[in-house]
Design a binder for this molecule. Structure first.
Ligand SMILES: Cc1cc2nc3c(=O)[nH]c(=O)nc-3n(C[C@H](O)[C@H](O)[C@H](O)COP(=O)(O)OP(=O)(O)OC[C@H]3O[C@@H](n4cnc5c(N)ncnc54)[C@H](O)[C@@H]3O)c2cc1C
Length: 421
């Protein structure tokens, strides 16, 4: 292509591929800085894809630092104040007698924030447009060129377009096209369990401020109320039952699996109705060694993700956005940003969270006598020694808030009751 041809291609300070959480949040923040931003989103409408609807307290703190918290609350985001852990080895009255207060993890944060994922994405996309970003929907990205002169080619319907910018951000989720164009390898752990989510409506008896988890028999559950009798529920089960909830009555059978003696209040979930698709995933962590190349950087799931058992993908995405936008602000439009510190911080962040997810998966998502005895033993021992629960601080307050020794084999062995190697 000649210089003259190149000059005809529209130029922006920043092109972002993917207008979900990480992409729209980045676009909003940088457009507010006065940058010209092109935001390209594949879907014409955000729909329920069974993605995260619970933002951990440290993620809420990140939304504040980004100036996006008010946008989320105005779009229906609501805080939860109590957590209850149920278990088949625990009397429900005992479990309910000591709920965990959720306002104690981050200064000034009332607790985790719940907001439906489609509404969350739309609120951020609208905020980006309101700040002056050019946001396009129904976009099919056909080519991404990175390096010294980044350029993106895309179609909307049968019309073909190109745009250029000094930097392309890949915020296009797990199967990132930008990651592929950058040649950045994705590493993945072996899957540990099945994990499915469903939005339930009509569960009016469920306490609207209380989240809960629990395991009984061969099934584990998590429940996060969304308001107005709607609850986002997740279930986990063993890998050898691949067909467990397949078929047209799968969502109903999935909800029926929530009937548990150890959590009598689950009857409100069983009485509810499916209000969206049931989708299941094999849970595991995935990560990249260095989520950037010349002319391109990855944010959110595109850069690798944490096992959703911890529910931290949104918080991770907001932290990514905060660090990336801080670097861009310091560099200025047209400059050459250095993402080395982002890569370094993210690698350690994901390493720590992966470590905690592996502990949590072994505790909550394994079944049978050995797993049951392990959970029972932890409940008893942690009553006398609360340090056995310190890894939960990484989930709620952020991976940097827990002491480094939490992320060692010694801590894991103590928690799981394993012998030192
Ligand atoms: C079952 C499950 C439960 C979860 N629960 C939680 C939870 O409770 N809390 C939590 O914090 N996290 C949770 N997560 C993780 C969380 O949903 C993700 O980490 C988060 O959505 C990542 O945001 P993102 O913007 O990187 O990706 P996405 O939300 O996937 O957004 C990517 C966007 O890019 C668009 N796109 C993709 N390809 C292209 C393309 N080629 N061109 C243009 N646009 C493109 C997509 O349409 C989409 O809008 C869960 C995940 C799963 C699977």
């Amino acid at each position: 292509m000649s210089q003259t041809d190149n000059a005809l291609i529209p130029a922006y300070d920043l092109i972002i591929v993917g207008g979900g959480i990480a992409g729209s949040a980045t676009a909003a923040v940088m457009a507010r800085q006065g940058w010209s931003v092109l935001l390209l989103e594949k879907t014409e409408q955000f729909v329920d894809r069974v993605r995260g609807e619970w933002i951990a307290p440290w993620g809420v703190a990140e939304t504040r630092r980004l100036g996006l918290y008010d946008t989320l609350v105005a779009s229906g985001g609501r805080h939860l104040s109590r957590h209850i852990t149920y278990d088949e080895t625990l009397d429900p009255a005992i479990a309910e007698s000591a709920p965990l207060p959720l306002d104690m993890f981050c200064d000034g944060v009332a607790g985790p924030l719940c907001i439906g994922h489609p509404r969350h994405c739309q609120a951020l996309f609208d905020a980006a447009l309101a700040a002056g970003a050019t946001g396009l929907r129904g976009v099919d990205v056909t080519a991404v060129h990175l390096g010294a002169a980044p350029q993106v080619e895309y179609c909307i319907g049968d019309q073909v377009f190109s745009a250029r910018a000094p930097l392309v951000i890949g915020a296009d989720g797990r199967t990132s096209q930008v990651r592929e164009a950058a040649g950045i390898a994705l590493h993945q752990d072996p899957p540990h369990h099945w994990f499915a989510g469903l939005l339930v409506e009509g569960a009016h008896g469920w306490d609207a401020d209380t989240q809960a988890i629990g395991t009984e028999g061969d099934f584990s559950f998590l429940a996060f109320p969304q308001g107005d009798g709607r609850v986002r529920v997740y279930g986990g089960w063993a890998l050898d039952q691949a067909h467990r909830f397949k078929g047209p009555d799968g969502p109903r059978r999935f909800l029926d699996a929530f009937a548990m003696n150890c959590s009598p209040r689950n009857r409100h979930l069983v009485e509810g109705r499916p209000a969206g698709p049931l989708q299941w995933f094999i849970n595991a962590d995935a990560w990249t060694d260095e989520p950037f190349v010349a002319g391109g950087v990855l944010a959110g799931d595109a850069a690798g993700w944490n096992d959703p058992i911890l529910g931290l993908g949104l918080s991770i995405s907001y932290r990514d956005v905060r660090i990336i936008t801080d670097i861009l602000k310091a560099t200025g439009p047209g400059g050459t940003p250095d993402f080395a510190l982002y890569a370094q911080e993210r690698t350690e962040r994901l390493r720590r969270l992966r470590f905690v997810a592996q502990i949590q998966a072994r505790l909550d998502m394994e079944y049978g006598e050995v797993a049951q005895a392990r959970r029972h033993s932890l409940h008893e021992r942690s009553a006398a020694d609360p340090t056995l629960r310190l890894h939960a601080v990484a989930v709620m307050a952020g991976p940097e808030a827990a002491p480094p020794e939490v992320f060692t084999d010694a801590h894991r062995n103590r928690v799981l009751g394993l012998q030192e190697a």
